[in-house]
Design a protein. Structure first.
Length: 263
């Protein structure tokens, strides 16, 4: 439950951050490369400033479960970073001292269009029941409301002081047939020569359980992702590395590597 930064010239620890929770992932981000983000505990992350060596912020319950991957989006000048949890959901954040969540991509390694026939139909809206008030005739022959049906007047409750709202653990929608994620899944950003949108980048994601490597286009303007390619690995993938704009290497179990053309 600590983070140590090492000085290669002193050959020792430059300084230490106490995290008070187990740390699962790390990434340097920000336009100047001066922000360090670390995934903590069950879905939290902490933000450190590398210039002044100080803690800038803690975001509670950024995900429903532990954050397994943090990737700075260099294609977008490192102004944003992506976090992925062990449930397979991805959040896109602004890379600032106090990050804002821009949007969430649920089940990022699932093809929603292909799985649409497996999903249950949406629930039918409940019919609206209109209750009519009874009318009675008074001594003057006029219609008036029944006094017995008048709604009781609720007493005003004392106003509570406004404070910072308590974080709520996010609940993601379940997608039937989606690949089963795990803590061994990996995510990297790819350099893609066919990418022309200035607001998008390419993420490459592995799925250890299903033996898949998936490439998707994430667009910050439309807040959507589109699957562009999918590879079925012979063994469960454990590592990803981009050789150049045409090829990636997928490290798998048993020490084997697979080379894939990503054009």
């Amino acid at each position: 439950m600590s983070l140590k930064l090492w000085d290669k010239y002193l050959q020792g620890t430059a300084y230490t951050f106490e995290t008070h929770e187990p740390m699962h992932s790390l990434a340097v981000t920000g336009e100047r490369g001066d922000i360090l983000v670390g995934g903590l505990g069950q879905g939290n992350f902490v933000v450190y400033g590398l210039t002044n060596k100080n803690q800038l912020d803690i975001f509670q319950l950024a995900h429903g479960e532990a954050i397994s991957q943090i990737v700075s989006l260099s294609k977008l000048k490192n102004k944003y970073f992506a976090t992925r949890c062990v449930e397979g959901h991805v959040n896109i954040w602004s890379a600032t001292n106090h990050p804002d969540r821009l949007f969430t991509l649920f089940n990022i390694d699932a093809d929603e269009e292909a799985l649409a026939p497996l999903q249950p139909p949406p629930p039918k809206p409940e019919p609206v029941v209109v209750v009519q008030r009874k009318k009675i005739i008074n001594d003057d022959g006029e219609e008036v409301d029944d006094p017995e049906e008048e709604e009781p007047v609720e007493e005003e409750q004392p106003k509570k002081k406004k404070g910072k709202p308590e974080p709520v653990r996010p609940v993601a929608p379940k997608l039937i047939g989606a690949p089963v994620p795990s803590e061994k899944d990996v995510m990297i950003e790819l350099k893609w020569k066919g990418l022309i949108q200035s607001s998008s980048t390419i993420l490459c994601i592995s799925n250890y359980t299903e033996r898949l490597t998936i490439i998707c286009n994430v667009d910050l303007k439309t807040r959507r992702r589109v699957l562009t390619n999918q590879f079925k690995n012979n063994k469960s993938p454990t590592a990803l590395f981009q050789v150049d704009e045409d090829f990636i290497v997928v490290g798998t179990e048993m020490g084997k590597m697979e080379i894939w053309n990503i054009e």
